[in-house]
Design a protein around this ligand. Structure first.
Ligand SMILES: C[S@@+](CC[C@H](N)C(=O)[O-])C[C@H]1O[C@@H](n2cnc3c(N)ncnc32)[C@H](O)[C@@H]1O
Length: 345
């Protein structure tokens, strides 16, 4: 049992960042208690954090240690909970080792869990390197594991604002070209008036964010709708001389997340993952009030996103300085603070 001046019971961990080996500290967490775990363990032989996981002699030893942590994660996770592990890869003897995928395979072989997604983080600003015979690696996986098919999932909340608020679709240029095409078309005056009216109404819907975009087909200018059946768009085209297709957007939610590597002014931690990605995962995989755990919390990113979204957080890190830094950052944010302010912390 973990004993420290910082935490001796589970309630000492709640909404706190605690110094210690995560395997010890997690002993204070009852079974099936935590709704969501998002974490990024130290990568293999990448950095010296002053002890802990990451500097094992072999990949196998490293994976064994990670698996022991995963075992604890699995124990404390609720039946409808999720575990998300982010890992980076490593070149040894100029060969990529595929360490994240070895980890994911070992997890699937060892535990009764399912891998829901391998989400790719695309780094918009990877460390610039001058390799002559290889490309610069600019992606990392986030593995999403669950215990059962009953996992909590709020797809509507994921990247909610991405599509409809897309800058390209602010409505300023949308559809303008069609006015000219209508004017020069061979539609009757009555058809032209109806086309301009419907186009104007649809452009307004784009500007109001109700739809993402539009396409228009005008008789004699554009090809007939594919398939050419008599109903639907074909019917409109024949009867009215035009048809407008409303593009709703936000339809496909893909397993890729683009984000720059975090650069926080005066950061006391060398490997901070993007707050924006963690926020989206928390919204997707938990409810307000849920427990969100990060056993390798570092600078506190997971805890900050959880607090901001009104979830309870539990942060653990071996390094006392990082814990202090995470607590400082957390003390400066309040529930539901705006992202702009958070980025300056
Ligand atoms: C990649 S960093 C995590 C960074 C974090 N995601 C963030 O955004 O700041 C990994 C962290 O794991 C910590 N660590 C290493 N071994 C540990 C262990 N056995 N228990 C708890 N923390 C450990 C390190 O001190 C380091 O801060």
């Amino acid at each position: 049992m973990y004993q420290s001046y910082e935490a001796n019971t589970f309630s000492d961990l709640v909404d706190n960042v605690v110094t210690g080996d995560c395997l010890d500290v997690m002993n204070l967490i009852p079974n099936n208690k935590v709704n969501l775990i998002i974490t990024s363990p130290p990568y293999f032989q990448q950095r010296d954090y002053g002890g802990g996981i990451g500097n094992e002699k072999t990949i196998d030893l490293y994976l064994e240690n990670l698996l022991a942590v995963f075992d604890q994660c699995n124990r404390v996770l609720t039946e409808d909970g999720s575990v998300v592990f982010n890992l980076g890869d490593k070149y040894l003897n100029s060969s990529l080792q595929l360490i994240p995928y070895r980890f994911a395979l070992r997890v699937l072989e060892t535990f009764q869990v399912k891998l829901v997604n391998d989400i790719t983080w695309i780094k918009l600003n990877p460390t610039p390197r001058q390799y002559q015979k290889r490309l610069v690696n600019s992606t990392e996986p986030f593995f999403h594991f669950v215990k059962s098919d009953k996992y909590y999932y709020q797809l509507n909340e994921f990247k909610k604002n991405d599509s409809l608020k897309n800058k390209k679709n602010d409505g300023s240029n949308i559809g303008k070209k069609y006015y000219e095409l209508i004017r020069t078309s061979s539609l009757t005056s009555e058809q032209k008036r109806a086309a301009i009216q419907e186009l104007t109404d649809t452009i307004r819907e784009v500007k109001e964010g109700k739809i993402e975009s539009l396409r228009m087909k005008i008789q004699g200018i554009h090809s007939e709708p594919f398939g050419g059946q008599n109903g639907g768009r074909m019917y409109h085209l024949m009867r009215k001389g035009f048809t407008i297709i409303k593009i709703k957007g936000n339809g496909i939610k893909k397993d890729v997340m683009e984000s720059a590597v975090e650069t926080i002014k005066g950061s006391k931690h060398p490997a901070v993952y993007p707050l924006s990605i963690i926020r989206e995962l928390i919204k997707l995989l938990s409810r307000p009030g849920d427990f969100v755990l990060d056993p390798f919390v570092g600078s506190g990113t997971t805890a900050i996103a959880a607090k901001e979204l009104n979830r309870s957080y539990i942060g653990i890190d071996l390094n006392q300085e990082y814990c202090k830094y995470a607590r400082e950052r957390l003390s400066r944010i309040h529930y539901q603070e705006t992202p702009e302010i958070l980025n300056e912390i």
